[in-house]
Design a protein around this ligand. Structure first.
Ligand code: ADP
Ligand code: MG
Length: 240
């Protein structure tokens, strides 16, 4: 569903990604971990073209992206992204936030966009907040709106960059639950998170990034219980 081949990305002299190969199959949940600065956010941003690669290719749903021919906003629409900070439109209601991109980017008519948005809000448990502005929501609710907004574009895959890191501990669970529900519905997902319990329970594979390279790609049991990689074991000791 989503494939990156030989991804290289530098910022000035700083080589951040040094040849990443990553394949995410349809319906798979991949959890991406690694120490701060290892390139996790940069990799996600490359996968949906918020950053332009220096080298390498990305294939989405069987089609290699060619920026000379393909329209950037329609490529981005295929791969949704949820950020640590929710980036909602403050002057739009919850419903308007969810409808915005389908109407503006995809030119969906308002009535259809509203119907779809209401269904998605129900899915994330926020039907009763449809007419509320973001500043009246808790962090957990805001993040669920951000997820709803990404879903409204009917993406082929969803990328999550530390979606619960900015939340008070008591609000983390409701967001992880929505993500679990999505995974169970068969959504293809790449999730950067420090929530190791979520990784153990939900991930099909765990990928460990270290200094811009993938140093391990394994099923949760192999990763958490049988890793032979010294950097992985060091990381696990740190987070446990
Ligand atoms: P992670 O998400 O794993 O913490 P990042 O991908 O955010 O790591 O960052 C990897 C490295 O790239 C860091 O050293 C960071 O400072 C640097 N970096 C990220 N984005 C930029 C940017 N836009 N300009 C310059 N350096 C950046
Ligand atoms: Mg990051």
């Amino acid at each position: 569903m989503l494939e990156g081949k030989n991804i290289h990305k530098s910022f000035g002299k700083l080589k951040v990604l040094k040849g990443i190969d990553i394949t995410v199959n349809s319906g798979e949940v991949v959890v991406l971990i690694g120490v701060s600065g290892s390139g996790k956010s940069t990799l996600l941003r490359c996968l949906n073209f918020l950053e332009i690669l220096d080298e390498g290719d990305i294939t989405i749903d069987g089609k290699k992206v060619d920026l000379k021919k393909d329209d950037l906003s329609s490529v981005r629409a295929k791969v949704g992204m949820v950020f640590q900070h929710f980036n909602l439109f403050p002057h739009k209601t919850v419903l308007e936030n969810v409808m915005e991109a389908p109407v503006i980017v995809k030119k969906v008519n308002k009535k259809a966009a509203q119907e779809a948005a209401l269904q998605i809000l129900e899915k994330v448990g926020l039907s009763d907040k449809r007419d509320v502005y973001p500043n009246k929501l808790s962090g957990g609710q805001k993040q669920r709106v951000a997820i709803a907004r990404a879903l409204a574009m009917e993406p082929k895959a969803l990328l999550f960059d530390e979606p619960t890191s900015a939340l008070d501990p008591e609000l983390v669970g409701e967001v992880l639950q929505v993500m679990k529900d999505l995974a169970n519905d068969g959504m293809t997902m790449v999730v950067v998170t420090h929530e190791m319990k979520f990784a153990k329970e939900v991930a099909d594979r765990i990928i460990m990034l270290d200094e811009g390279l993938i140093i391990e790609d394994a099923a949760p049991d192999a990763f958490f219980n049988h890793s032979k990689n010294a950097r992985t074991r060091q990381f696990l000791e740190m987070v446990n």
